[in-house]
Ligand binder design. Structure first.
Ligand code: URA
Length: 209
């Protein structure tokens, strides 16, 4: 896969515009995120390896394609990652699931891990890391570093919106990790929010402020 894939499909772009609008209510935002996550998942899993399986249809035997190898691992970066995770799990219900919790230390401004739980045999799975907003890229890069330390070798990063700064940070830290996103916005503001963006994804998803 290319290092950066922007999913320009009209359905994705239309839903993203609705999500960006400040007046979109929490329940609608969450539903749109679920729908968009499935369209993005379609793209991020496009090149999964396949194998042939012998089956019997009601009419005849045939060799039919099925996914090869171990089940996918989806890893959500808490808390906003869970919005993408829920939708993808509807599409790939047998995927294994991990969670990474990180917060930013106020003094050092570096991400600090507070939770890490991932499926076993990570090195034998495609690991799709999900977080709606790739902003500075610091926590995303730290999360991917942790996954590599846990054995992951084949990692992809799926987000809804990315800032050029976050893409550059990820490319520098993890050039082997393809990024799939619905859009690349203009820049970060002084508080690290993506502009024009959609605001705080976690707050909009869960109705917190
Ligand atoms: N996280 C968010 O939720 N929104 C941004 O714009 C940046 C980081």
């Amino acid at each position: 896969m290319d290092h950066l894939t922007v999913v320009t499909h009209p359905l994705v772009q239309h839903k993203l515009t609705l999500m960006r609008e400040a007046e979109t209510p929490t329940a609608v935002f969450r539903q749109l995120l679920r729908e968009i996550s499935q369209l993005l998942a379609y793209e991020v899993t496009r090149e999964l390896p396949m194998e042939q399986k012998r089956i019997e249809t009601p009419l005849a035997p045939m060799d039919a394609p099925v996914l090869a190898g171990r089940k996918l691992a989806l890893v959500s970066i808490l808390r906003a990652g869970n919005g993408l995770l829920d939708g993808i799990l509807e599409l790939v219900p047998s995927a294994r699931v991990g969670f990474i919790g990180l917060y930013r230390d106020e003094k050092t401004l570096q991400p600090v891990e507070y939770y890490f739980k991932v499926p076993e045999l990570l090195g034998e799975r495609l690991v799709i890391t999900v977080d709606p907003m790739l902003a500075t890229g610091n926590s995303s890069a730290a999360a991917v570093t942790k996954l590599k330390e846990a054995g992951a070798k084949n990692i992809r990063f799926l987000c809804l919106l990315a800032a050029p700064e976050g893409i550059a940070r990820m490319k520098e830290a993890h050039p082997d990790v393809p990024i799939v996103t619905a859009a690349v916005d203009e820049k970060l503001n002084e508080k690290g929010y993506i502009m024009p963006g959609l605001g705080d994804a976690g707050d909009r998803m869960y109705g917190t402020k």
